[in-house]
Write a new protein. Structure first.
Length: 347
């Protein structure tokens, strides 16, 4: 009798209760593809120092494009908003930087690295603040009436960008405005025999910081958890007392601020800005987002690096092919993975 009782009581599965929940394995194939692109380019370029220069330049360009595109990725991935007016935040950020750095001419022309960085970071903060405020107004006036209507979103946001360009022309004029690099960020540093521009190294550092901050916020904070939960089941999160609309507006403002930061970095990269700078970069942004997988931050990061590297390698090896290299890359990736490198599962 006691044996039967003991055998009956052993039925509960304590090991199963403590078993780890299986998680999907990380897909490293796109990262291997990125490394393969660099490896294939090395023998084609020939010189190791030239390859290193092109690679650092490509990574810097890719990370600047990532900063610009990450704001749109954030807005589309979490809010399902096709904002074709994203370029207006880029343009405003770049022009605000020309005004701020023009007003800090002593800092910009100083031989002190810290003074130069102070002027650049002040311009970046001002651009992010203006672009974020503009994004708040843009969301309330332009985007809010067309939530869930993709065709109307495309048309009305493109109209918003055209209006924004005209406002820029009224404030700063229609001409090209110079945005020179500060004294300490000009020139290059030598890594062995390779010359790497100082500003590109700064762009790499800032781009990696933005990428790490985005991943940490979305995956490791309560705000990120609420945003992702609100995307999956808005009614459930609202029933718990959280205001999802305010969170989503915050996402739109953050995406606009990132576009403003990217506008400053792209303007410094080209060392001049025009009212059409946002429209010019818009095509590149959408190529990156499509390659990465609509709404994927990691995909946007890898896609931007691929675009930057390929543009620099192709520009060196076959300048004429560089004009359509990004389109060719997008076609190749979509033939391999029609939903992009890291597709978002809820799309």
């Amino acid at each position: 009798m006691s044996t039967k009782t003991s055998s009956a009581t052993v039925v509960h599965p304590p090991a199963a209760a403590g078993a780890a929940i299986p998680q999907a394995a990380f897909d490293a194939k796109p990262l291997w593809l990125l490394l393969a692109l660099m490896a294939v380019a090395a023998p084609l370029v020939g010189s190791g120092s030239t390859w290193l220069t092109l690679t650092v330049a490509g990574l810097a360009m890719g990370l600047i494009v990532f900063i610009i595109a990450s704001g749109l990725t954030l807005v589309f991935g979490l809010m399902d908003v096709l904002n074709f007016g994203h370029g207006v935040f880029i343009a405003f950020g770049a022009f605000v930087a020309t005004s701020v750095m023009g007003g800090m001419a002593d800092w910009v022309g100083s031989g002190s690295l810290w003074a130069n960085l102070g002027a650049v970071f002040a311009a970046m903060l001002a651009a992010m603040a203006v672009a974020g405020a503009l994004g708040l107004a843009f969301e309330r006036v332009v985007v809010r009436p067309v939530y869930g209507q993709h065709l109307k979103q495309i048309l009305i946001t493109m109209g918003g960008m055209i209006v924004g360009e005209e406002v820029i022309k009224v404030i700063w004029g229609p001409q090209q405005v110079p945005l020179p690099l500060p004294e300490s960020l000009r020139g290059a540093v030598l890594l062995g025999d390779a010359a790497v521009e100082k500003y590109r190294l700064l762009a790499v550092v800032i781009g990696l910081i933005v990428f790490a901050a985005l991943l940490w916020t979305l995956n490791r904070t309560k705000v990120g958890l609420l945003i992702r939960a609100g995307v999956q089941d808005r009614e459930m999160v609202e029933s718990l007392g959280y205001r999802i609309r305010q969170l989503f507006v915050g996402v739109f403002v953050a995406g606009s601020a990132l576009a403003g930061l990217g506008g400053v970095m792209w303007g410094l990269y080209q060392q001049n800005v025009t009212p059409q700078i946002g429209a010019q970069v818009n095509t590149l942004i959408f190529i990156v987002i499509i390659i990465g997988g609509l709404g994927s931050t990691l995909g946007c990061f890898v896609g931007a690096l691929m675009v930057g590297l390929l543009a620099n390698y192709a520009g060196f090896l076959a300048p004429k092919a560089a004009l359509f290299s990004n389109i060719a890359l997008m076609v190749a990736v979509l033939l391999w993975r029609p939903q992009g490198l890291y597709p978002v599962t809820n799309r």
